[in-house]
Write a protein that binds this ligand. Structure first.
Ligand SMILES: [Zn+2]
Length: 479
């Protein structure tokens, strides 16, 4: 039988704000445990939450970037549960009236396994805002808890059950992260817990309208883990159906080392969160004027920028995709391209040399010692024939080391390409005189023999002769 998987994702992202959601504690990672805390985020009795306007704005930005409807009226609710990471025994979240509804995330390119994907939109159900809980770490016989993270504004982004393969889920996570980074909603570092994801997956015989039993998978620490867990779980569920085993709605935990999922809790043990409206907070009303102000500050979305790079700069789809991976990289390329330098050549320099040296030095594009203007100047020098492409690579290396502009490096190293035809003709004459064997071979029809003569000219000129002019002069002289 042919089966189809149905996948939905729930992504949590910490908003990048100065302070926490309902108190004035700093929203920062990396501090000593339990130092960014106060009675509000420690859940003391009798304290009152105060809403962080910037967190609301950031959530609206995320919603607008994903094409969501922004609710003119929404509210916060208490989600009741008992666990040490939430000492007031409820989390302030949003239940039936979230800030953002519907929307979509465009996916394209390749999935994790490298299979090309058809470009399409993955639908969103909602984006709501809540407070993060404390971080607990479990040891053999005891656990420790850090409240620095408690109360940090947390976006929950829920997709429609709209994906069918692990590759699509992977592409969705990648695209969503890219949008959120472009809009500076959050840093989305999964290792720091700034972005977390749970997946829901069910399997049904292809053509069956009714959905299979939904299984939720938790403890996914990377996009790769989400991909692997889905691959494993889809096979497990199909095998269960094939052997006549009934599947039940349940939550499973992914074990990354073993590469398997195991039962965490079944539906019978599911939480009843007893949601009710948070009485200590006013509802949120987003006025049209504020919404317009926010809309005016939105950056271009990655998918639009990709399309524009193809159209404005004549780049291939692939090049545009690499260059728009990160907003900082796209900005870098575009700043350089706006100087009027050859965009295709610039794209090649950015994608090969720049990204290579940055990755070797473990630097981000923002820390590049080669400015966009400097790279544009280098491309210009090569285009104008002042230096060869080969020399350009050396110049680039020097620019990256010293931060100098290319013209300064060229002058310092005396790297000017010889394009004076009189001088080149003299080198060519010498090379022909010294290379009788190669000349004879070339005249006998061996095109390859020309290369050794070109090499000889380059040697005589100590690498400075313009290779195109050398070839031309040799061909003329040898008939
Ligand atoms: Zn606090």
């Amino acid at each position: 039988m042919d089966y189809e998987a149905v996948i939905g994702l729930e992504v949590h992202v910490q908003a990048r704000t100065a302070t926490k959601m309902f108190c004035g504690c700093p929203n920062q990672s990396g501090g000593e445990p339990n130092t960014f805390v106060c009675p509000v985020c420690l859940g003391y009795p009798g304290v009152l939450p105060v809403m962080n306007r910037e967190a609301i704005r950031t959530t609206i930005v995320a919603g607008l970037m994903c094409g969501c409807d922004i609710a003119p009226f929404s509210k916060f609710d208490r989600k009741s549960y008992f666990y040490p990471d939430m000492p007031k025994n409820y989390q302030i979240s949003q239940y039936d009236l979230p800030l953002c509804l519907k929307g979509a995330v465009p996916i394209a390119g390749k999935g994790f396994s490298g299979t090309p994907l058809a470009a399409r939109n993955v639908g969103l159900t909602r984006i709501h805002l809540e407070e993060d809980v404390a971080k607990s770490t479990h040891f053999g016989t005891y656990s420790v808890i850090d409240f620095n993270r408690a109360g940090v504004p947390l976006l929950e982004i829920v997709s429609e059950p709209d994906m069918h393969t692990p590759d699509e889920a992977y592409a969705y996570l990648t695209a969503l992260k890219q949008v959120l980074e472009y809009a500076q909603v959050g840093d989305c570092d999964m290792e720091k817990g700034q972005m977390r994801c749970d997946v829901n997956v069910s399997v049904r015989p292809r053509g069956q309208a009714r959905l299979g039993e939904k299984i939720e998978i938790k403890n996914l620490n990377s996009f790769r883990a989400a991909h692997r867990a889905l691959e494993y779980e889809i096979v497990r569920q199909i095998e269960a159906l094939e052997t006549g085993e009934a599947l039940h709605q349940e939550t499973r935990r992914w074990n990354d080392e073993a590469g398997v999922t195991s039962l965490m809790r079944s539906k019978e043990n599911a939480h009843d969160y007893r949601y009710f409206p948070e009485p200590d907070l006013m509802p949120v009303e987003v006025g049209a004027e504020w919404l317009d102000q926010i809309r005016a500050t939105l950056p271009e979305a990655p998918a639009q920028r990709r399309a524009r790079f193809v159209q404005n700069y004549g780049l291939t789809e692939y090049d545009a995709q690499v260059l728009t991976q990160e907003k900082a990289l796209a900005d870098y390329f575009e700043t350089a391209a706006r100087t009027g330098a050859n965009a295709k050549a610039l794209a090649n320099w950015v994608m090969t040399e720049l990204l290579r040296v940055l990755s070797e030095a473990n630097l981000g594009v923002a820390q590049s010692t080669v400015s966009p203007a400097a790279l544009a100047e280098l491309v210009g020098l090569i285009e104008a024939g002042a230096i060869s492409h080969r020399m350009g690579k050396d110049v680039f290396g020097e620019m990256f080391r010293s931060g100098e502009m290319p013209k300064a490096v060229v002058a310092r190293l005396g790297l000017v390409q010889e394009s004076d035809t009189g001088v080149i003709d003299e080198y060519v004459r010498q090379a022909i005189a010294q290379g009788a064997a190669a000349v004879a071979e070339y005249r006998a029809g061996k095109q390859k023999a020309l290369q050794s003569l070109v090499g000889q000219v380059m040697k005589l000129s100590r690498g400075k002769a313009n290779p195109q002019l050398v070839v031309k002069a040799l061909q003329e002289k040898l008939g």
